[in-house]
Design a protein around this ligand. Structure first.
Ligand code: COA
Length: 415
């Protein structure tokens, strides 16, 4: 079966996490992704957080599946010529260097257009144009600058960053959408274009509901679904909401059987209005279904703390999985707090290809997250990440270089 992006060639100039997330997705959709790395060193993540000496780290292998690797010294004049040949051959250049690095290499937008007017140049940067546009940025900086950290955590504690890599992997996802959109527009215009995904913008996009709340707060001074209501204080900015549900259906994380020793023996419980009577039945508080202090969502809002304490008395008598089984019978929305160990061992995730076991020539078998986006006509086959420079000769030959030329370029240190 063919793949959605068959025939699309990507010059992958990405490193660390944000850019590689994007190009890995494009590779899974069938694009030929040629990762250009610095000879000898390669993407810095190859050697970061290593768990086996001298073997590509999981950090690298889990972000660079289905790609080919070529090593080119793009500061060497002959290396630059090889890169020019690649630019002429490819449809998209993806990069996430520090601001200005591509220009300093000599590959400005104007120069790239001269070489290939159909080329799409896609970049991740920390910030868009403005006071911070020259800054280098990593994940947690983006979470802080994009509004995630100030709105995450508990009211009486400091800002908190999330384990979900919304700055890096989140921005990589945004960039991938920009690239396929630009490819689609090119079918009409014949022209390439620049695509920019700034990490601050990507995080803010994911924090959209918090900008909604900022404006609600300014208008009303209070937000009744936040844990600060009714006894706490609201200030000028959206406060941290602990584990409160983001939408109009109040929720909280509650202890389950075993919580004293298992840090993940918890369940997320949502007191969805349509199933309120069923919740009352399950926890043995049938009278709450008709009591005017509890019967309506508005009446419940000032009493949420007590309500969740009562529900927790029930959840603490069940394991999170037992509670799930019972609550699901009644269509009560809830979810177990799953540890990474439990997720790694979950058979259904293996079955769908969301968790995949991959074999690697120097590392052996390891687990990875497969393609989370499933296309019925373009199935994903997860292939191991390339060794450094593994495909240099192959790609050079495809560009028309003879074995003698390849050998001379290697001697000159260009590849
Ligand atoms: N041959 C020769 N030189 C190469 C090369 C190659 N194949 N590939 C890269 N380089 C050079 C670049 O030309 C540049 O050199 P210069 O600074 O002299 O112009 C340098 O390597 C690239 O370095 P830089 O991007 O500055 O890396 P860094 O390790 O110092 O910074 C980041 C890393 C992530 C902070 C930075 O790249 C960044 O802010 N990127 C944008 C935001 C981003 O994606 N952040 C998230 C990362 S997960």
């Amino acid at each position: 079966m063919g793949k959605a992006l068959d025939g699309v060639r990507i010059l992958d100039f990405t490193h660390v996490q944000s850019g590689p997330t994007c190009t890995q997705l494009l590779a899974w959709f069938g694009a030929d992704v040629i990762k250009v790395e610095r000879a000898g060193a390669g993407d810095i993540t190859r050697e970061q957080l290593r768990d086996i000496p001298d073997v590509d780290s999981l950090y690298f292998t889990m972000l660079n599946h289905n790609k080919r690797s070529v090593t080119i010294d793009t500061k060497n004049p002959e290396g630059k010529q090889v890169l020019e040949a690649l630019i002429q051959k490819c449809d998209v250049l993806v990069e996430n260097f520090a601001p200005g690095a591509l220009d300093r290499m000599g590959f400005t937008w104007e120069r790239i257009q001269e070489l290939n007017p159909r080329m799409i140049v896609a970049s991740v940067k920390g910030f868009g144009p403005g006071p911070y546009e020259d800054c280098k940025v990593y994940e947690n900086v983006a979470q802080c600058a994009g509004g995630a950290a100030s709105t995450t955590g508990f009211d009486d504690g400091p800002p908190v960053v999330s384990g979900a890599q919304i700055g890096d992997s989140g921005t990589g996802l945004h960039l991938a959408l920009g690239i396929v959109t630009a490819l689609y527009q090119r079918t009409q215009t014949g022209r390439g274009q620049r695509v920019l995904a700034a990490m601050q913008d990507g995080v803010l996009n994911l924090c959209r509901v918090k900008l909604r709340d900022q404006q609600r707060l300014e208008r009303t001074g209070v937000m009744k679904e936040y844990p600060q209501y009714p006894n706490g204080k609201f200030g000028e900015a959206v406060p941290r909401a602990g584990n409160a549900s983001g939408g109009g259906q109040p929720g909280w994380i509650l202890k389950c059987k075993g919580w004293e020793t298992d840090p993940n023996a918890y369940i997320y419980f949502i007191t969805q209005a349509p199933v309120w009577a069923k919740i009352c039945n399950v926890i043995g508080k049938e009278e709450w279904a008709t009591d005017p202090d509890y019967a309506t969502p508005a009446a419940r809002l000032p009493r949420l703390k007590d309500i969740f304490a009562e529900i927790e008395r029930w959840t603490m008598t069940k394991t999170k999985f037992e509670a799930m089984q019972i609550l699901n019978k009644y269509d009560i929305p809830c979810g177990p707090i799953l540890s990474m160990k439990e997720i790694a061992e979950e058979p259904s995730l293996r079955k769908t290809g969301t968790i995949v076991e991959v074999d690697h020539p120097t590392r052996g078998k390891y687990l990875t997250v497969g393609n989370p986006i499933k296309l019925s006509d373009s199935p994903t086959e997860v292939k191991r990440s390339p060794l450094l420079g593994e495909h240099t000769d192959e790609v050079m030959a495809e560009l028309g270089y003879s074995p003698e030329q390849i050998s001379a370029l290697r001697t000159a240190g260009a590849i």
